[in-house]
Design a protein. Structure first.
Length: 389
């Protein structure tokens, strides 16, 4: 258009110049007209549209875009409750609730849960329809915007977490059961074989045979009850404390240990022991046996191996100490020995000490590694006690 206007203007100027005798000017105007027309004929390519200059972005808008990108990366749906109206905040919330900004038809109970759940607390809410219902944990926080308080909510899908936890719990249960059953049956079988061998003697010591068989019967019954509780509840059952006589309790443990590891010197120290403890006999047996077994397995290369079980009365509680003269637990492993399934043994499962601690804590007591060095490793456990009577 500009070139056309130039040609027209130059033509008019040439005509005026020619009528007034200005021939040089007329010639110059004619040349300009010819040149402009030639350019129009030569440059016939379509012209690309010139992009508009970029619109400058304010620092505040740039920061808002950056924050939006960050929020969209969150896998947890984020929502905002402002003056009773529910809005989605990030991509995960838009996908879950099917809205781009305001949620016109929010899921039942979500607005009420957001209003009622104070910051720092959580609630559980189900979102979905028909068979596609998912459970979410709702965590909230308050944000002051433009002089108004806005409640922010994060929805954490807990269905996948629950399924994973259930699978892990089942796996842990199977490993704990197999560990405890196999390790408890081994000394029982050994003690039963000893009783059979004693009966083969031409003149059997019947009182000793009777004691051995009674120990086998008690431990088998204890193991049966312990396994039934696990199977029924799918978890370590709550202890059923009772008044437990210390001397026969320790005698059973000693008989089992000596039968299982006859080459390891086993001694007991009951000089300061109370007459009774307040504990679940089956669970406490499993806990102490797990520590004794851990000690015995650490002594396989130790000359003159020995294990000592000591029980001492204290104010309101009983201290049970198990000591061995093995190589000790490396410093780097001491913080992990109570972690489930941690083991440095080729055939170990790593559940014995974890189970023992869990049992003792269930009794409002505890199990700790009091000391470990070459030649002296000591575990201490606390059990509530009751007065003898």
């Amino acid at each position: 258009m500009l070139r056309t206007l130039v040609v027209a203007a130059v033509g008019a100027a040439g005509a005026v110049a020619a009528t007034r005798g200005l021939y040089a000017t007329a010639v110059l105007a004619a040349l300009i007209a010819v040149w402009t027309a030639a350019l129009n004929l030569v440059d016939t390519r379509p012209q690309r549209p010139v992009p508009p200059p970029p619109v400058p972005v304010s620092p505040g808008e740039e920061e808002r875009r950056r924050l939006t990108a960050y929020l969209d990366l969150s896998p947890a749906p984020l929502v905002a409750l402002d003056d009773g109206r529910l809005h989605v905040v990030n991509r995960a919330a838009r996908h879950l609730l099917g809205a781009n900004d305001r949620v016109v038809d929010p899921p039942e109970g979500l607005v009420a849960a957001l209003s009622d759940t104070r910051p720092g607390r959580t609630a559980t809410i189900d979102i979905g329809r028909d068979t596609n219902v998912r459970s979410f944990a709702l965590a909230t926080g308050d944000l002051a915007l433009a002089g108004r308080m806005t409640r922010i909510g994060a929805l954490i899908d807990i269905d996948a977490e629950l399924k994973g936890a259930e699978a892990a719990a089942l796996r842990d249960l199977v490993q704990v059961l197999s560990h405890e059953i196999v390790n408890a049956l081994t000394p029982i079988a050994s003690l039963a074989e000893t009783a059979v061998a004693m009966l083969d003697d031409p003149d059997p010591a019947l009182p000793q045979v009777r004691d051995a068989i009674l120990t086998v019967a008690r431990r088998a019954a204890s193991l049966h009850r312990f396994g039934e509780s696990y199977r029924a509840l799918a978890k370590l059952p709550a202890p059923a404390p009772e008044r437990l006589s210390v001397t026969p309790f320790v005698s059973d443990l000693e008989a089992l240990f000596v039968t299982r590891w006859p080459t390891i010197a086993f001694s007991t120290d009951l000089r300061e022991a109370p007459a009774h403890m307040h504990a679940d006999p089956d669970q406490l047996t499993a806990a102490i046996w797990a520590v004794l077994q851990n000690a015995a397995e650490a002594l396989h290369d130790t000359p003159d191996p020995s294990v000592t079980l000591s029980i001492r009365a204290q104010v309101g509680q009983t201290l049970v100490t198990m000591t061995d003269n093995g190589p000790g637990i490396p410093v780097g492993n001491q913080a992990d020995i109570f972690r489930p399934f941690f083991t440095t043994k080729k055939e170990g499962s790593g559940v014995g000490l974890a189970l023992a601690r869990q049992i003792l804590r269930g009794h409002n007591g505890d199990l700790t590694l009091a000391h470990s060095s070459a030649g002296a490793t000591r575990f201490e456990s606390m059990v509530p006690s009751i007065a003898a009577g």
